[in-house]
Ligand binder design. Structure first.
Ligand SMILES: Nc1nc2c(ncn2[C@@H]2O[C@H](COP(=O)(O)OP(=O)(O)OP(=O)(O)O)[C@@H](O)[C@H]2O)c(=O)[nH]1
Ligand SMILES: [Mg+2]
Length: 360
């Protein structure tokens, strides 16, 4: 399953974010390089549609989708040359499918930091520079061999793609923000470059900056283009996430004058950016969100639940979430002829509610 890696400078708040996302008990401390290995966990991906389904079916249990998250050791300037935790850090990034950059905006003299006052765009430059340098090193070590082998057209095109990447990276532009065309980008995929991944950004703001969140977010967004950017106060989100009592949560949110916690939105954005989509099953026992990828067919979706479902797949009985809700529940949707039977070739859509028919 795809993994989201949390990447940022030492003491920017990565582990606090990881703890809030996964509810795992990891060390969050005011000294840099607190995290030296990596913490691995699963973040729940909240989905209001699932809550509605659970209510309609009076389900005894609600099971949201999950997202694998890794809290990676802090990166210091010079990491690509072995500074800080150096290559260990870069190796950890290589293994993730998407990067969640954490940029620090909160100011606290008790939590030492590389820059003072904090400078989120400055953080970004340090982080991206290290990743670009590491990719350049990778490419430069591979190019001579690729050039030597380039007797066929396809091999020549690969060399051209590697050279195009070098030009972009030398200008300090990560591949995910470059204007390299998609065919060239596709040729680079097998190189597993660090800046060829999906990226999202979060800015860790202090409680006193909550009023400024939109402005801080906007400044980063202007710099990064299409990617998802969220400014949030990790410490506060962590506190909210720990409250099981809904009333206490609402009270805390109101106290800080924020309508909705931002963390669920970050989890959803990452899930989506990784190409993950959701279908649901619903009933009295449980309502559950299952993860598929864009383009997955009905038997593949069935296989997410159980491999026997995929092997013995006969048909899927499907209704779109909106139609099910409009009908008032699964049984009513069925009575009203809103559910339909789909076969092996059906491409499952985000929000489909499904009952599988299968042979065992
Ligand atoms: N004042 C203040 N402190 C914060 C805020 N967010 C995080 N911190 C503190 O920042 C410190 C570092 O947080 P961590 O989550 O351990 O940071 P990290 O990025 O994982 O650090 P390393 O693992 O050392 O790279 C902790 O003492 C947090 O309590 C904030 O919004 N305001
Ligand atoms: Mg940490």
């Amino acid at each position: 399953m795809e993994r989201l890696g949390i990447v940022g400078l030492p003491n920017c708040g990565k582990s606090g974010l990881f703890r809030a996302l996964t509810r795992m008990d990891v060390e969050v401390a005011s000294h840099p390089f607190t995290t030296t290995g990596s913490n691995v966990g699963v973040a729940q991906v909240p989905d209001t549609r699932l809550d509605v389904l659970g209510e309609l079916a009076a389900s005894r249990k609600i099971v949201p989708a999950g997202l694998n998250v890794i809290d990676i050791a802090g990166l210091a300037a010079g990491a690509s040359q072995g500074e800080g935790l150096g290559n260990r850090f870069l190796a950890q990034i290589r293994e993730v499918d998407a990067i969640l950059y954490v940029l620090r905006a909160f100011d606290d003299p008790n939590v030492v930091y590389a820059t003072s006052p904090p400078d989120p765009l400055g953080d970004l430059e340090v982080l991206e520079t290290e990743l670009c340098l590491s990719d350049l090193e990778t490419l430069e070590s591979r190019l001579p061999k690729a050039r030597k082998a380039a007797t066929q057209d396809e091999a020549k095109r690969l060399v051209a793609a590697l050279e195009a990447a070098v030009v972009v990276l030398e200008a300090g532009v990560p591949l995910y923000r470059s204007d390299i065309d998609s065919a060239t980008r596709a040729r680079l995929r097998d190189q597993f470059l660090l800046t060829d991944k999906t990226v999202l950004y979060v800015v860790n703001i202090g409680e006193e900056q909550l009023g400024d969140a939109a402005g801080i977010e906007g400044a980063v967004r202007e710099h990064v283009g299409d990617a998802d950017v969220t400014a949030l106060c990790f410490a506060l989100e962590d506190e909210i996430a720990q409250l099981d009592d809904a009333a206490a949560r609402t009270e805390l949110l109101a106290g800080y004058d924020i309508g909705e916690p931002a963390l669920p939105r970050v989890a959803r954005a990452a899930y989506h950016a990784l190409g993950k989509r959701t279908f649901f099953t619903t009933g009295e026992k449980e309502s559950r969100a299952w993860t598929i990828r864009v383009g997955d067919t009905a038997p593949v979706a069935a296989g997410v639940i159980h491999s026997d479902f995929e092997r013995g797949f006969i048909r899927a009985e499907v209704v779109a979430y909106e139609d099910l809700v409009a009908a008032g529940g699964w049984d009513d949707a069925k009575r009203q002829g809103k559910t339909r039977l789909e076969g092996r070739d059906y491409v499952v859509r985000d929000g489909d509610v499904i009952e599988f028919r299968f042979n065992v």
